[in-house]
Design a protein around this ligand. Structure first.
Ligand code: FAD
Length: 333
């Protein structure tokens, strides 16, 4: 099927982003030993289960592969997009132009009361690995279906804690190719914020290669009880098991939470196509009936406009709209 908004590669292999995907794929295999695929459907790699194909897709399995891929993409001036577990993104139906780097580097070790983890380690796994080592502080990670890199990028948090509270440093590959271990202050971590979210105009994104979390020794039984408590809370309060990207909007700095504002406008159950505002948690949009990315975005925009009209509060998106969104509003409108 022809994908909307994206030209097929021509006979020479040049894709919509203007690079030779065949040649670059071969170079990645030759230099880095990483297999790539063309037109990889991204819906399967995101928790919202929407999104078209990536022109060229690679899944580095350790930080050396990740570093090598990023450097090669920059050296060849290929547009590059990072994807963690895809739990905070809505990928467009047209997909992603250029190289999509799906970070799957999951190496980790416990060193002197710290968890040192590569960017692709799932936060839930980080929580259980730390717990098994008798180290407390990362239990909130159980509630975050993203990986370490995505969590640092978002300063993800839950249950009264966040990345900033336990991060000693993150190893970041900067836009100029240099690497540095940056602490929470240098990363600008605050409520769901980091400097990684705001690359300089035209600059490639900064990349989290790994992170070190400073943790506290604790009785493993106490940590296990805390993990059980978080598991129970999530089951009771969150519409798990139906594709979503968690909270769509950030909570405003003051006043009611985003979910309360959405609920107050009577928007629970509001639907466009296969996307619906959760009855259980008004700040979540669920893909319960095979939604397109455009369904999700149209519904999110409608919710935002309604809340602004009725309350005067303009909500900011927590989720990121990734990929080629040109012309999405007109399609099927
Ligand atoms: C059911 C559900 C519940 C959730 N609950 C919470 C919650 O309680 N608290 C909370 O904070 N969040 C929550 N989230 C949101 C999400 O899990 C977090 O924001 C998470 O940190 C995103 O990580 P990810 O790996 O999925 O990132 P992705 O969604 O894959 O990517 C997000 C952004 O980070 C960038 N990125 C990814 N990897 C890197 C890297 N290595 N270096 C630089 N940039 C990178 C991507 O380019 C993209 O712009 C929830 C999501 C879902 C689906």
């Amino acid at each position: 099927m022809e994908r909307p908004g994206a030209a097929r590669p021509d006979a020479a292999g040049f894709d919509a982003a203007g690079f030779d995907a065949v040649r670059i794929g071969a170079e990645i295999a030759r230099r880095l030993g990483i297999r790539t695929s063309r037109d990889e459907p991204l819906a399967r790699h995101t928790t919202m289960r929407v999104g078209g194909p990536a022109d060229l897709y690679a899944a580095p399995r350790n930080r050396f592969e990740l570093r090598g891929l990023v450097k090669l993409a920059r050296a060849r001036a290929i547009p590059m997009t990072l994807l963690g577990r895809g739990s905070d993104v809505v990928v467009s139906d047209a997909g992603v132009r250029g190289l999509l780097i799906h970070v799957r580097a999951e190496g980790h070790e416990i060193v002197e009361g710290r968890l040192v983890a590569e960017a692709g380690l799932p936060m839930a796994k980080a929580a259980t690995v730390a717990a098994e080592a008798g180290l407390a502080g990362l239990e909130f990670g159980l509630a975050i279906p993203g990986n370490v890199g995505g969590a640092v990028w978002a300063n993800a948090g839950a249950h009264g804690s966040d990345v900033a509270a336990v991060l000693e440093s993150a190893l970041v590959l900067a836009a100029d190719g240099t690497e540095a271990a940056l602490d929470a202050a240098a990363l600008g971590l605050s409520y769901r914020e980091s400097r990684l979210k705001h690359p300089a105009a035209g600059a490639p994104p900064e990349v989290v290669l790994a992170a070190t979390f400073r943790l506290a020794s604790a009785d493993p039984a106490v940590i296990r009880a805390r993990l059980d408590e978080i598991r129970r809370w999530r089951r009771e309060h969150q519409p798990l098991g139906i594709p979503s990207a968690g909270s769509v909007f950030r909570n405003p700095a003051a006043g009611p939470a985003a979910g309360a504002l959405v609920d107050g406008c009577g928007l629970k159950g509001s639907r466009i196509g296969g996307a619906v505002v959760s009855e259980r948690h008004a700040n979540w949009i669920l893909n319960d009936r095979g939604a397109s990315a455009a369904d999700v975005r149209r519904l999110a925009e409608r919710v935002r406009a309604t809340v602004e009209r009725e309350t005067g509060v303009r909500l900011a998106f927590e989720v990121v709209f990734l990929g080629d969104w040109s012309g999405w509003a007109e399609e099927g409108a």
